[in-house]
Design a protein around this ligand. Structure first.
Ligand code: 5AD
Ligand code: SF4
Length: 445
């Protein structure tokens, strides 16, 4: 095979995969390759996969099949991400067109794997080396107005339905200095908003430059001091790691946006126990009320699984109750899908598919009613909007409110500027705003 000169990285799944995809692109660019717009035109295609739900991994195999070009040739194909970690050598066995399999903790070795694959060998690396990949990656490049920054990876919580502890490995926090340096590089490259990422981001801990032990709130306060950065967000958090300091940061740190993604998964404490979530519906509600006391306007978002093994109608109704009690601004809901190797996959009492469908519909109807109500409640309010891109209509720009709502607004403001708008209309997934003033340095929510 020739030396690949162009590449295309396609990321599926969570925001951490988007981040990993960007870092792989930067790495391949540092090797002298250039990004190609379309998958099949590129010399090297990286499918950065997700294993959280079933269809995601099936989709990978159909995507591999589609990479054959009209003349019968195909690009060099690398499968990265969590499917690569979970299935390893099984992937080239099932799809012989795959040249490279690389796990989420090993992708800094992609250039070596490409060289190996050029020699006609299958190149496989699903190691979880003790030394983090981050030190081996090139510096950040320009990534746009809103950038992701991974600060923590892996999970030791072992919820019984979840593959993450197996595919991403144990909980590891990146070091303080590396994170602060990366944040500065992102801001220098034009980022105005940084979202700190981790599977359990609020479990982050580390020593600051003076050797003091800090939690995520310490890191947020350090980023708050970076000139040019307007907004800070973080995701995803675990209810049990929602410590007092972080809650206080929501009251005190101006750049920390009033938004919290805090998955509960189920409203039934019995099901939460079977899920090994280590929190109850009550302890979750207690966290929410403490967060709301610190930041009354905070938008709460969540994840839900319906049809976990053994879920009864009464358990499911408890989920509807917690949705009503929390009043989510936004949420993601999924049908339970057995993941091979997880304890829940071997549990009795798997819930029939039709029952799951029916419950998911009821849950989603309630969640969308709530998020529309949340959006409508912002009509008439004045708020800041960070402009992220051009809208569909001429003169129209698209940005985000502090509560992570998409806002359409007619304005001359440029990408990366923060403007003040009045919200005039609300749809389930977006708002319409009227420009009030151009205040490029405003951070007020
Ligand atoms: N089945 C369905 N949903 C799942 N999630 C994780 N594992 C599964 C599974 N096996 C959902 C959880 C998690 C989100 C990222 O994906 O709600 O918070
Ligand atoms: Fe998976 Fe649970 Fe860890 Fe979240 S906390 S990544 S759901 S095991």
């Amino acid at each position: 095979m020739d030396n690949p000169r162009t590449f295309h990285v396609k990321s599926f799944g969570c925001q951490m995969n988007v981040y990993d995809g960007e870092r792989m692109s930067e790495l391949l660019q540092a090797e002298g390759m250039t990004a190609a717009a379309e998958g099949s035109d590129a010399d090297l295609v990286v499918l950065n996969t997700c294993h959280i739900r079933e269809r995601a991994s099936e989709k990978v195999y159909s995507d591999i099949g589609r990479l054959r070009r009209d003349d019968g040739s195909r690009p060099m194909i690398a499968v990265a991400g969590c499917v690569a970690q979970a299935e390893g050598a099984e992937i080239p066995r099932r799809a012989p067109a795959v040249d490279i399999v690389v796990g989420p903790q090993a992708y800094h070795r992609l250039p070596e794997l490409v060289r190996k694959a050029r020699g006609g060998e299958k190149a496989l690396d699903t190691d979880m080396p003790l030394q983090s990949k981050f030190g081996a990656l090139p510096a950040r490049r320009r990534q746009g107005t809103s950038a992701f920054l991974t600060v923590q990876e892996g999970c030791d919580k072992f919820c019984t339905y979840c593959v993450v502890p197996y595919t991403r490995g144990a909980e590891v926090s990146r070091g303080w200095a590396a994170i602060v340096d990366e944040a500065k590089a992102l801001v220098d490259g034009g980022a105005r908003e940084i979202t700190l990422l981790g599977q359990n981001v609020n479990a982050w801990e580390g020593e600051d430059e003076r050797g003091r032990l800090q939690g995520l709130d310490g890191l947020i306060r350090a980023l708050d001091a970076l000139p040019g950065l307007e907004r800070i967000r973080y995701t995803t958090s675990h209810p049990n790691d929602m410590r007092e300091g972080l809650i206080r940061a929501h009251a005190e740190v101006a750049k920390l946006m009033p938004y919290l993604h805090l998955p509960v998964q189920s409203g039934s404490s019995r099901i939460l126990k079977a899920m090994n979530r280590s929190h109850t519906a009550e302890s979750y509600l207690d966290v929410i009320s403490r967060v709301r006391a610190a930041r009354p306007d905070i938008a709460i978002s969540g994840d839900f699984i319906v049809g976990f093994p053994g879920e009864t109608e009464a358990d499911f109704e408890d989920t509807l109750k917690i949705v009503a009690a929390v009043n989510y601004a936004q949420a993601y809901s999924f049908k339970y899908s057995p993941r091979p190797g997880t304890p829940a996959a071997a549990m009795n009492e798997q819930v029939p598919a039709e029952m799951m469908d029916e419950r998911l519909q009821r849950l989603q109807a309630l969640l969308s009613e709530r998020s529309l109500a949340f959006n409508r409640a912002t009509i008439g309010k004045r708020t800041s909007v960070l402009i992220e891109r051009q809208g569909r209509r001429p003169g129209q720009m698209l940005g985000k409110s502090p509560w992570l709502q998409s806002v359409h607004v007619e304005t001359e403001a440029k990408i990366g500027e923060v403007i003040e708008v009045e919200i005039e209309g609300a749809l389930p997934n977006s708002l319409a705003g009227r420009m009030l003033t151009l205040t490029p340095t405003a951070v007020a929510a």
